[in-house]
Design a protein around this ligand. Structure first.
Ligand code: PNS
Length: 167
C-alpha cells in the first residue's frame, strides 16, 4: 500500500494543481491532498471551503482523499503513514525552495521522500496568487481554475470590495 500526500495551500485550487493530482493519483494506491490550515496567513478561502472545493473537483478520482492539516508536514506524513510527498515543479525558480523543503522534511522524518512532477507546459505559468490578482481586477480566470471555482473566486472578490468600501 503506497500512500502519498500532495500538500499545499490551494487558495484556490488551480487547473495546474488538478493536473498534478490526477497524474500523482495514478502512481500511488492512495493520494491524500493535504490542505494547509495555517493561522498565520489570511487566505481568500477558509480551510473548510478549500477542502469542500477540492472534494468536489476530485469526486471522480476514487483513490484521492482530501484532508486539512496544521503543523509540520513531516508529522502529518507520519500520522497518515504516507511514504511520499508530491510537489509540482513549474520552473527552475521553484527549485531552491522545493529542494530546501524536501531536505528539511527528510531530516524531520527520514521515512519519507519527496517526489517531484514536472508541471504540464499548459500550466507552468499558473499560480493561485496570479489567479487572485487577475480576479481582483475582474479579469477572466476561466482558463486557470476548475469551472466551479470561477464563480466562487468572483464572489470572494465582490465580498472583499464591499468590505473595503464599507470600511
Ligand atoms: O502551495 P504552497 O503554499 O506552496 O504549499 C506549501 C506547503 C503547504 C507545502 C508548506 O508550506 C508546508 O508544508 N507547510 C507546513 C509546515 C512545514 O512542514 N513546513 C516545512 C518545513 S521546511
Amino acid at each position: 500500500m503506497i500512500r502519498a500526500i500532495y500538500p499545499g495551500s490551494f487558495d484556490p485550487v488551480t487547473l495546474g494543481h488538478l493536473d498534478i493530482i490526477k497524474r500523482a493519483s495514478q502512481t500511488v494506491n492512495e493520494l491524500i491532498v493535504g490542505v494547509l490550515n495555517n493561522g498565520g496567513k489570511s487566505p481568500m478561502f477558509t480551510v473548510e471551503e478549500r477542502v469542500e472545493i477540492l472534494k468536489e473537483v476530485t469526486k471522480d478520482l476514487p483513490n484521492v482523499k482530501i484532508m486539512a492539516f496544521s503543523g509540520l508536514l513531516a508529522d502529518f506524513a507520519k500520522e497518515t503513514e504516507s511514504k511520499f510527498i508530491v510537489r509540482g515543479l513549474r520552473a527552475i525558480s521553484d527549485f531552491d525552495y522545493e529542494l530546501q523543503m524536501a531536505q528539511t522534511n527528510r531530516k524531520l522524518n527520514p521515512n519519507m521522500d519527496t517526489m517531484f512532477l514536472a508541471t504540464s507546459l499548459d500550466y507552468s505559468y499558473l499560480s493561485s496568487s496570479t489567479v487572485k490578482e487577475v480576479a481582483s481586477f475582474d479579469g477572466d480566470i476561466s482558463e486557470f481554475v476548475p469551472e466551479i471555482v470561477v464563480e466562487k473566486v468572483r464572489e470572494k472578490v465582490r465580498e472583499r470590495k464591499l468590505q473595503k468600501k464599507n470600511g
